[in-house]
Design a protein around this ligand. Structure first.
Ligand code: NI
Length: 395
């Protein structure tokens, strides 16, 4: 049975390529994945599953009840990005200003492939497999929407797997790592308030531009002087906005940024450290510094037992030499919210191939992927579900 997952997934290659190209032609933005969800739902129904549509707005949940036993979930995200595709591929996006520039159509296709492989084995599987097709990963909202709308109950899965394509890993490889794989994502908003006036008479004003400069400089020490050097952390500002004329000192300056960490201890200390810097650096120049700290996503922390299951599943598809232990990414993923509820593993599917130009990073208008990865992704997910059902039945 195990060896045939590989054989059967390879036989699905052309079907998966066709599906992927169709999804790629018609990318949909976060919470607008109506067409994609409709296709997903109809395929799951054809496979004999119980299907619920409109979960968390545009999500689709399929349940494959095989027999009494444990429940395992597999998840794919479905949304595209507001990027204009420049690949020139024959199946490039036909939707103006929208593109699957993060390859989420690959994830949808792989999960549909896994659904086909598992549905064909319904009578020999012990337990239930739940398929979560999630909207709106790009805006960190879809996993939350699925969870809030009951996707993790009735039946409640005990373990979950998901994957993301990775253009820096060669097609034919799979990246599996226990522990932290992707960083937590928090957002910060900073306001530095002074007292505006004439640029020629700064002694009568309180300059929030100078105050902001002090805050920005001091923020560089939050990570370098306060965080354990062996713990990854990033504080980056992405916007700064203040003033409207060259000779007017404005009343205030606003900035926004992102904070990334892996360990809970570091994450929990960031707000206090950043607040101290913002308030005191601004105060040093007579301004008022205020911080709004918004906790968005925890880090993607892979469970060791689930990672071992994923590693064995990947080995079935690409051999031991094809399974790599990847370097973690400071990027974030809302798959982390599922992992807060139950153990699981998020893995990376290699799609890189310089010969076909599959070298561009996520969110690039030139992003593309080696389609030979499609049956591998489908097979790894299906195999991981089978191994996980066996593992959970034993434990
Ligand atoms: Ni993505």
């Amino acid at each position: 049975m195990n060896s045939s997952i590989k054989k059967d997934s390879l036989e699905l290659s052309s079907k998966l390529t066709e599906l992927r190209r169709d999804f790629h032609r018609h990318p949909e933005l976060s919470f607008q994945e109506f067409r994609t969800a409709g296709i997903v739902a109809s395929i799951l129904r054809e496979l004999g599953m119980e299907v619920t549509e409109g979960v968390g707005q545009t999500g689709v949940v399929g349940v494959l009840r095989c027999s009494d036993g444990p429940v395992v979930a597999l998840r794919a995200d479905m949304d595209g990005l507001p990027v204009s595709e420049e690949t020139g591929l024959p199946f490039a996006s036909e939707e103006e200003g929208k593109m699957h520039a993060c390859g989420h159509e690959i994830h949808v296709t792989c999960l549909l492939g896994a659904a086909m492989l598992l549905a064909a084995r319904k009578h020999s599987l012990r337990g239930t497999v739940k398929f979560l097709f999630q909207p709106a990963e790009e805006i960190n909202a879809g996993a939350r929407a699925l969870i809030d709308n009951g996707a993790m109950e009735n039946p409640a899965p005990q373990m979950i797997f998901g994957l993301h394509n990775h253009p820096e890993l060669a097609a034919g490889t799979v990246g599996v790592k226990a522990g932290g794989l992707m960083a937590s994502v928090d957002s910060i908003g900073i306001t530095v308030t002074g007292k505006g006036g004439h640029g020629a008479l700064p002694h009568r004003d309180i300059d929030p531009i100078a105050g902001s400069a002090a805050v920005i400089s001091a923020l560089q020490t939050v990570v370098s002087r306060n965080v354990d050097p062996l713990q990854p952390a990033v504080v980056s500002l992405g916007t700064i906005c203040g003033g409207r004329a060259n000779n007017v000192i404005p009343d205030s300056v606003k900035m926004t940024g992102t904070v990334r960490t892996f360990s809970d201890d570091v994450r929990n200390s960031m707000e206090k450290m950043i607040r101290r810097v913002v308030e005191n650096s601004a105060a040093g120049l007579g301004c008022r510094g205020e911080l709004v700290y918004e906790y968005q996503l925890p880090a993607v922390m892979n469970d060791p037992a689930a990672a071992e299951i994923a590693r064995r599943a990947a080995e079935e598809m690409v051999g031991a030499e094809g399974v790599v232990v990847p370097t973690p990414s400071m990027g974030g993923e809302d798959f982390a919210l599922f992992l807060q509820k139950i153990p699981g593993c998020f893995l990376w599917l290699g799609v890189g191939n310089p010969e076909i130009g599959a070298v561009h990073p996520w969110h690039s208008s030139l992003f593309t992927a080696d389609e030979s990865a499609l049956p591998i992704g489908a097979g790894v997910l299906a195999q991981a579900a089978i191994f996980a059902l066996e593992f959970l039945a034993r434990n």
